[in-house]
Design a protein around this ligand. Sequence first.
Ligand code: SF4
Length: 340
Amino acid sequence: MVVRDLYGRALRNLRISVTDRCNLRCAYCMPEEEYVWLPREELLHFEEIGRLVDVFVALGVDKVRLTGGEPLLRRDLPRLIRILAAKPGLRDLAITTNGVLLADQAVALRGAGLHRVTVSLDTLRPARFTALTRRDTHAQVLEGIAAVTRAGFTSTKLDMVVMRGVNDDELADLIEFARTVPAEVRFIEYMDVGGATRWSMDKVVGRAEMLERLERHYGTITPVAEESTAPADRYRLADGTVFGIIASTTAPFCSDCDRSRLTADGMWYLCLYAQQGTDLRGPLRAGADDEALASLIRPGWQERRDRGAEARLALRDRSPLVEVARLKQDPHLEMHTRGG
Ligand code: SF4
């Protein structure tokens, strides 16, 4: 079944946040010291996530990405992966992690049936990592990345949020590092989503500028021609190395966005920028059957008109999306709650 929204975009891709907690405090995501956390008793159990995924798969979802917060903080995550990997309708099951706990868990994740791993790696410099994340765990992240390859994963990705004056001098360094993993780099434009309370346009390094800098270093760069709803545009260096750029701030890709998001406590959001979500945990715990849950999800998607990043791009005076005080009242507005 294919369920389409008002712009004809299919429901295919579900990002599931399994916890809102994180063991880093990255400046672009969790810049504050204190946060309001989701109550533990409200977090979906693994079996509940499995039930909801069954309903989403029946409606056309075939790609699931586990996110957080930091998903590896969720106890016994391989058990959830085993539940999801057994679902025949899912053709892609991936995780995005900050890598801190990966070295210990990579083998178990692979054994449980996880297909792919994406690691956030914003810098190769330990002191810079500590300044950016306010934690001293850079070596653990690098060990985690090595462990992913040793565990047998392929198609690994390294995501770097590029910020002017912070890490924008490391573009080529990251490409060189990724070759050794091996992994594919994706440079992500700094976004003004909830949580990014210190965002400003002058800190954004746009796709055009990234390409210009990389061309100066590597010579001609060619776009990779492909049909895909993936957020990254991919490019090839003369030696064949491929990397991606996610131009979510300067060239949003809302027009073919097939992603929705489920928070760890069962709120379903149609867009990274959405201010309102649909509570699926309440009906699930009240005993709703699969058809009753589908009857919440199907019309929700069919009425979807979200194009959050495009709407932000159209604003003349662009400041952070949500003020700190409002974020503190409603943790669902945070990027770390809805899985980035
Ligand atoms: S801003 Fe919203 S609609 Fe646009 S790509 Fe991101 S999640 Fe999709």
